[in-house]
Design a protein around this ligand. Structure first.
Ligand code: ATP
Ligand code: MG
Ligand code: MG
Ligand code: MG
Length: 482
């Protein structure tokens, strides 16, 4: 079953169960000061859960374009290194806004996975929330009882708050989750840990595929919980992980879509997939990143120096660095790769086709512009790394990180990645200080030139201060006015 069919089967299954199929909301969020990118399927529906709006359709299903490169959900360091985290991915979801609840949600998840997709029951595990007395949240006995109807009890695993209790923020709607894990270990591997119930934390090949969230409480300002008058279902399943399971492969990057993308990079670079870990990581990262970049552009977010635009630029530069340094490509490769992507995904996401030329041109321009300083930058960082090594220092000074950023266009996290590859860290405080000095200087230069009349570009009004301020799914402080 190819990706397209897997996606459509999900949507039509829930359509038959009375759900309305809705298109994905944009991945780039333009009108919400609290969040830059959609990072989960629930984001476009959050007003329904908060009770600020009433859903027209009480049952909805969709596939949502998600990006997880910031804050609480930052998977960037895993991408390409493991085989099941992407920057951008599709989250399939079914939703009940004050309609059906746990029983149907669990029964349908089981029916879809085992009957429609035909996954072997003996390869499935589920988790339920074990409860937290201190916090006053009870064990999710209801879910346990509903699961018991379908799956052997020793395959129902109790899990703690970290993974199995969802909260929108410090206050507001929340509730227990139940996650479904698929065991894709080989028989040989299974024998080694026979008899043990497993989830992803115990073994990387027991993959979490689906999260069912049961929104049933409201957390009040004093941190106590009250029952919500209406309960909701919020589920999210990673399409690429599901495809890996259904296509019988061991990695998301072996599914049809990624094989096409990797095939194109192999063709252009001459490096084969499956030869060395270093080149494989590069091939996977590039195949992953081109999606995040192309989808962001088609959502209207061009690479730039601030905000969401800078997130896209740093993803792009990260991909270019892997292509240039590891795969020895010194001509644009992401732009031609975007064509393959659009061919593969354009039917499901027509916005890619509508913006085909824009996507290709913007990516090519970005690649060409970074190529201009990339070689010098890599040389510079190699010298820095060698000097530090010679002196036995495991950290790169902030001013040098800033020099790489300012003169060679190396985003902080790219330098960090390259330093990590050499076993080193960065002096972040020193970098922040150098950045601030530059901002202060350029601000006073501007006001000097423009006398008492100043018009600033929108981008100049905001200073990017990082991606790591996300405390909850929907609470984020990313800008300070300058
Ligand atoms: P993980 O523990 O593997 O990081 P998660 O618990 O953070 O996943 P959820 O927030 O529960 O993920 O999202 C619902 C589903 O979305 C997951 O079960 C998984 O199938 C998928 N998913 C989450 N993050 C990614 C990602 N970075 N790339 C691809 N799929 C993902
Ligand atoms: Mg995660
Ligand atoms: Mg998880
Ligand atoms: Mg999860």
């Amino acid at each position: 079953m190819i990706l397209e069919e897997i996606r459509n089967k999900f949507l039509s299954f829930f359509e038959e169960k009375g759900h309305t199929i809705v298109p994905s909301a944009p991945m780039v969020i333009k009108d919400d000061p609290t969040l830059m990118f959609t990072n989960a399927g629930m984001v476009p529906f959050k007003e329904f859960f908060l009770g600020n709006a009433i859903a027209k359709d009480k049952r909805v299903t969709d596939t949502q374009k998600c990006l997880r490169v910031s804050g609480k959900h930052n998977d960037l360091d895993e991408v390409g290194v493991d085989t099941y985290h992407h920057t951008m991915f599709e989250m399939l979801g079914n939703w009940s806004f004050g309609d059906y609840f746990k029983e149907e949600s669990i029964a349908w998840a089981w029916e879809l996975l085992t009957e429609v997709y035909g996954i072997d029951k003996n390869n499935l595990y589920v988790t339920i929330f074990e409860g937290d007395e201190k916090d006053g949240v009870p064990r999710d006995t209801e879910s346990y009882d509903f699961w018991k109807k379908w799956i052997a009890e020793d395959r129902i695993i109790e899990a703690n708050k970290d993974d199995n209790f969802w909260e929108m923020g410090e206050m507001g709607p929340c509730g227990p989750c139940s996650e479904i894990h698929v065991d894709i270990r080989s028989d040989e591997e299974k024998k080694k840990v026979d008899g043990k119930t497993l989830v992803n934390k115990d073994h990387p090949q027991v993959i979490e595929v689906w999260n069912l969230v049961f929104i049933q409480f409201n957390r009040k300002a004093d941190a106590s919980l009250e029952k919500l008058p209406e309960t909701h279902i919020d589920t999210g399943m990673g399409l690429e992980r599901l495809a890996m399971v259904l296509q019988g492969v061991q990695s998301n990057y072996d599914i049809d879509l990624f094989q096409k993308l990797i095939g194109q990079i192999v063709k252009q670079s001459g490096f084969e997939y499956g030869k060395t870990e270093t080149t494989d990581i590069a091939l996977r990262v590039i195949a992953d990143h081109v999606r995040a970049i192309a989808f962001s552009i088609s959502d209207g977010q061009l690479p730039s120096n601030t905000g969401a635009g800078y997130v896209i630029r740093r993803i792009l530069r990260r991909a270019v660095r892997y292509g240039y340094q590891t795969l020895k490509m010194n001509e644009p490769f992401l732009a031609p790769l975007s064509k393959v992507l659009i061919q593969e995904m354009g039917e499901a996401f027509p916005e890619l086709v509508d913006n085909k030329t824009l996507i290709e041109n913007v990516i090519r321009e970005e690649e060409l512009s970074f190529f201009k300083t990339l070689e010098q930058g890599i040389k510079r960082i190699e010298i820095i790394l060698e000097n530090q090594k010679a002196e036995g220092i495991k950290q790169i000074p902030g001013e040098q990180v800033f020099e790489l950023y300012d003169t060679f266009g190396f985003p902080y996290d790219l330098t960090e990645l390259m330093a990590r590859e050499a076993g080193m860290t960065l002096d972040q405080a020193g970098f922040d200080k150098a950045l601030k000095v530059q901002k202060d200087r350029s601000r006073s230069a501007t006001s000097l030139k423009t006398d008492d009349w100043t018009e600033v570009q929108k981008d100049d009004k905001e200073e990017f201060i990082g991606y790591d301020h996300l405390e909850a799914d929907v609470k984020i402080t990313r800008y300070r006015k300058v």
